[in-house]
Design a protein around this ligand. Structure first.
Ligand SMILES: *Cc1c(COP(=O)(O)O)cnc(C)c1O
Length: 410
């Protein structure tokens, strides 16, 4: 008899995006003359940059000629891309990360979902933020680390509450943790962590022989020069942290697929007897066993981001989204809401002070604007909505006029 992994039965069904789609579908069916504007999505809208596209095309052409054709490449990524990443994203910021500590992949979602496989399933103490990108929680549920969900929370997770009181940057837990998930700039809140806050997490991880999984998918949106772009800007972080980066939000690669994970060689984890083992070797084994590399043209396209033209083009792209974000943040502040995010992230987290689904319905019905109800990201998301800056300027401006009209009425 074929049996299932019963941990899957413990997953709390996420109805967030299907619920949103249902409500939007019902509204548009009833009001076909009132087009809605979607500021709910976490997907980019701008096309690939010209130099990225040029490299992508050239990569495809190489595949069509016997002399330059490529079959399987290195599972960890081509040296030209790993070296460009090490030089531009790490050496340039004084981070001690070498090219062979970088694992190129087809996405950060898969990487931050897969990484837990190399750690123990029994007795590992998890610390995970709330609100949260659901991948961190659900992949640990699947692996059997979390216990059951009681009242919306899993028994064996220490939730790191992100609230107005702590500026949406969680406090360090009083007890010990083994595996800690952090995401800055944050999805969904758009909050960023200061150097001091990150240093405190690194010190906590060291003291506990713990490991930090640092998701910095939105690093390219940081504009405040005091905010670290990488956790490895904190001395000693290469002994306690894995970092995930993606070209998805950096350069519009959500449909092209390329990302990378940094696993420093200094990183150690322990067996039941307390013997230390290199995490790099474990991840290398896992990655090369289960993954066969990102396609060559895609890696060529990603490498073009690091050319001077590519850098300028993708900076212009994130500048564009950040200008949308600034408009959204100002409009919501002018309406009297306190917000976080939008200055170093493409998301604005609005403290509505009311039921987040009720606020969602009000924006949909009265302004024909779609946002994302905070409750869908966790208990601490209640009382908030996420507004995304990923849209055209015209749509953002139109949406803000409608939101102001709808909320001023109330
Ligand atoms: C978008 C996003 C990613 C990137 O996912 P990809 O699989 O690389 O497209 C990772 N983490 C967070 C929090 C994100 O929002």
């Amino acid at each position: 008899m074929i049996r299932i992994n019963e941990n899957y039965l413990k997953l709390k069904a996420s109805y967030l995006f299907s619920d949103i789609a249902k409500r939007v579908g019902a509204y548009t069916a009833a009001n076909p003359d009132k087009p809605v504007i979607r500021l709910g999505i976490g997907d980019v809208t701008e096309p690939l940059a010209p130099s990225v596209l040029k490299a992508f095309h050239a990569g495809v052409d190489e595949m069509a000629v016997r002399a330059t054709f490529k079959g399987y490449g290195p599972e960890q990524g081509y040296a030209f891309l790993r070296e460009a990443i090490a030089a531009h994203d790490y050496a340039a910021r004084g981070c001690p990360i070498a090219a062979d500590e970088i694992f190129v992949s087809d996405g950060s979602k898969c990487d931050c979902g897969n990484i837990q496989e190399i750690f123990a399933t029994e007795g590992l103490k998890l610390a995970i933020p709330d609100p949260v990108y659901p991948v961190y929680v659900d992949t640990n549920v699947m692996a059997g680390r979390t216990g059951t969900n009681l009242d919306g929370r899993y028994q064996c997770i220490t939730y790191l509450d992100c609230t107005p009181a702590n500026g949406y940057v969680p406090a360090i837990p009083s007890g010990a943790s083994d595996l800690i998930y952090l995401c800055f700039p944050n999805n969904p809140t758009g909050a960023v962590a200061t150097r001091e806050q990150l240093a405190a997490w690194v010190a906590y991880a060291k003291a506990n022989k713990a490991l930090i999984l640092f998701d910095s998918a939105y690093e390219a949106y940081i504009r405040d020069p005091k905010i670290p772009h990488s956790i490895y800007e904190i001395p000693g972080a290469d002994e306690v942290a894995i970092e995930f980066r993606s070209f998805s939000k950096t350069a519009g690669f959500t449909g092209t697929r390329c990302a990378y994970t940094v696993v420093p060689k200094k990183l150690q984890a322990y067996d039941a007897a307390g013997n230390a083992h290199g995490v790099h070797a474990l991840w290398n084994r896992r990655h090369t066993t289960k993954f066969n590399g990102v396609s060559y043209p895609v890696q060529k396209a990603a490498a073009a981001i690091y050319t001077p033209e590519g850098q300028a083009e993708v900076k212009a792209m994130t500048d564009f989204y950040l200008a949308n974000a600034a408009l959204i943040r100002k409009a919501m502040n002018d309406l009297g809401f306190s917000t976080v995010g939008g200055d170093n992230a493409p998301y604005i987290w609005v403290n509505t002070g009311t039921d987040s689904w009720a606020f969602f319905d009000k924006l949909l019905n009265e302004a024909q604007v779609v946002c994302t109800p905070g409750a869908g990201f966790g208990k601490c998301g209640e009382g908030h909505v996420r507004i995304s800056a990923f849209n055209s300027r015209e749509n953002v401006e139109k949406a803000l006029v409608r939101i102001a009209a709808a909320l001023k009425k109330a």
